[in-house]
Design a protein around this ligand. Structure first.
Ligand SMILES: Cc1ncc(COP(=O)(O)O)c(C=O)c1O
Length: 390
């Protein structure tokens, strides 16, 4: 048994995935496969670093150590071929905080921000919460049925008030890892219309071979200079609870605009545990991540087998990245309420209804398969029985 196999009982702790079951699903009797953290153990090189720090007698103010930034820069260079300079980087408590602050820094109330649904809900919520105008540029399907950008729609919606595009790369929930030519076309449109880009790359380490994550800022110097990259170890190493991420902004003016706001609300420097966990993750995480990807692929293959078995009711484009499966359930012919109750009451599974990612997600369910194989097997057995029964 390796560490990934160990089933951790999170029920009696404070894990959101479990504590919110009653509120979200009306019952605690569901296997929760919704919020995007893993039921797989945080790697021991991270927990050991945090434990070691916890044993030190003082938890006073500390700055994010230079060595932590260096570890992340080396990681990004090695894995994604991205060259980043230290002065471009700063701490953020969360990627969602970065998205909100980027909206405030680079747009004014009433100006337009583009998002590409179906997409992680804080993308559109942060636009309205900041009283900016939402411009929806939904993903479309190509001839093979795969999600892709809709450039014609995008061009038709841009006007002089359009200032920022929120890019999700890799994309949650549809699992696309954008190809270089797709990103280049998107970048060309943004450059042409003077639109800045917030590139949320939190899932960038979770990419299945042969796909490769292309950092948006790596496309060219011009593209880099309109980009804010939000990145962090939260997804890859299951450390969302450490509240630590990084913002990378190469352009000096943009960086100053962002930093003025982050200082005004006092983003500060994070926690003593976050610092050491972050550094340990990026310094020692390479082979662990490689093994994780193989492990996640096994779960994904099992899910694909089941989806194929019930091909008259379910379908799914194989995710190229993330540990999130975007399952099209529209052929089941159930309305939203009936679909939810099928998964909760018949299958005993707590998934994210597609509709929470925008109306384009109607008829879909998102399943988080970052679980030990025993948990995955249990989930699939439950779903198989429920579908068989239907
Ligand atoms: C695309 C995306 N961005 C951001 C987040 C959350 O990041 P953070 O916890 O750092 O705010 C998630 C979590 O699911 C996500 O999927």
């Amino acid at each position: 048994m390796n560490d990934f196999d160990e089933v951790i009982d999170r029920k009696n702790g404070n894990a959101e995935k479990y504590t919110l079951r009653k509120q979200l699903f009306g019952t605690e009797d569901v296997l929760p496969m919704w919020v995007a953290d893993m039921d797989i153990k945080t790697p021991s090189f991270v927990t050991e670093a945090v434990t070691k720090r916890a044993k030190e007698p003082i938890y006073g103010y500390e700055e994010m150590p230079e060595s932590a930034y260096e570890a992340q820069m080396a990681w990004m260079k090695e894995l994604h071929g991205l060259n980043t300079e230290r002065e471009w980087m700063s701490y953020s408590p969360s990627v969602v905080a970065t998205i909100n602050l980027a909206i405030q820094a680079f747009t004014k109330p009433g100006e337009k921000v583009i998002y590409q649904p179906p997409v992680y809900a804080p993308f559109f919520k942060s636009i309205t919460n900041n009283e900016r105008e939402m411009v929806s540029n939904p993903l479309k399907r190509d001839e093979k049925g795969d999600y892709c950008f809709d450039f014609d729609d995008l061009r038709s919606k841009i006007d002089k008030d359009t200032k920022l595009l929120l890019l999700c790369s890799p994309h949650n929930p549809v699992g696309r890892v954008w190809r270089e030519e797709e990103l280049r076309e998107l970048a060309a449109i943004c450059l042409e219309h003077d639109i800045k880009v917030l590139s949320d790359e939190i899932h960038s380490d979770l990419v299945y071979r042969p796909h490769r994550h292309i950092p948006f800022a790596s496309l060219s110097d011009d593209v880099r200079d309109i980009t804010v990259t939000a990145i962090g170890p939260g997804k890859t190493f299951n450390v969302a609870g450490l509240s630590i991420s990084t913002v990378v902004i190469a352009d000096e003016t943009m960086r100053q605009q962002f930093e003025t706001l982050s200082q005004r609300i006092h983003f500060a420097e994070g926690t003593v545990f976050g610092h050491v966990g972050f550094e340990a993750a990026y310094r020692h995480g390479e082979s662990w991540r490689d093994e994780l990807m193989v492990y996640l692929s096994t779960n994904l293959q099992k899910l694909e087998v089941l989806v194929r078995k019930y091909g008259d009711r379910l379908s799914m484009s194989k995710p190229e990245g993330t540990y999130l499966a975007w399952i099209d359930c529209s052929k089941m012919g159930l309305d939203e309420k009936a679909l939810r109750s099928f998964f909760v009451e018949k299958a005993g599974l707590g998934l994210s209804p597609g509709i929470v990612f925008g109306r384009e997600g109607k008829g879909y369910m998102r399943l988080n398969f970052a679980v030990p194989i025993a948990t995955m097997d249990r989930a699939l057995l439950q779903l198989d029985a429920a579908l068989d029964d239907l």
